[in-house]
Design a protein around this ligand. Structure first.
Ligand code: DAT
Length: 180
């Protein structure tokens, strides 16, 4: 099987990453339901528990405090069974994850989804460029072993359904492999 052995947990931890607008939150919700995992949207956690160093008005986003995020999440990740989503992935400890999904979408899809979300023009442009330059995919490859990474297209509802099935199968595979 493609998943490496992590004998310390019976349930896998999954990271769903990608440029904003690629469908992380929606996909993570569906995966959590389909595979009975607990979901954390890291962006919400950052806001709720103030794991940031204030607000960046230019970019309409919080200045992430990576150390605070890792400290806060360490205990949550220890037992496995978590499905988390975030738009950046390089600062998480590699040992946390059994699967790292990088969602990709066409430029126009990213643009339209972020415009519909009411993002400012500079924030839309930055994210569209990030997707074109495959910044998150490169970051994933710098931070995680290749066999952990699954790059998936997320342009249509059919893509999303297929992606959820694919990820749920990997969860099943992991559970079978790590069953006592
Ligand atoms: P993210 O968490 O990556 O920012 P999201 O899950 O909030 O993305 O999705 C942004 C919007 O785009 C939301 O209205 C759902 C829609 N969307 C995402 N992925 C899609 C897909 N594969 N097909 C159709 N719509 C999608």
């Amino acid at each position: 099987s493609a998943l490496p052995k992590s004998p310390q947990r019976a349930n896998p931890n999954i990271l769903i990453t990608g440029t904003p607008g690629t469908g992380k939150t929606t996909t993570a919700e569906m995966v959590a339901l389909a595979a009975e995992l607990k979901k954390i949207t890291v962006g919400d956690l950052v806001k709720e528990r103030k794991l940031h160093d204030g607000y960046n008005d230019d970019m309409d986003t919080y200045w992430l405090n990576e150390d605070k995020v890792v400290d806060e999440m360490e205990a949550m990740m220890a037992d496995g069974g978590m499905c988390i989503d975030f738009h950046t992935c390089g600062f998480f400890p590699e040992r946390w994850f059994d699967l790292v999904v990088v969602l990709r979408a066409d430029t126009k899809k990213v643009y339209d989804r972020l415009e519909a979300r009411g993002y400012k023009q500079n924030k839309i442009s930055e994210n569209v460029e990030c997707e074109i330059m495959q910044v998150v995919l490169d970051e994933a490859h710098e931070s995680y072993k290749p066999e952990l990474i699954l790059e998936l297209q997320s342009n249509t509802v059919e893509d999303m359904e297929e992606n959820v099935e694919k990820i749920a199968r990997r969860v099943d595979e992991f559970r079978r492999k790590h069953a006592q």
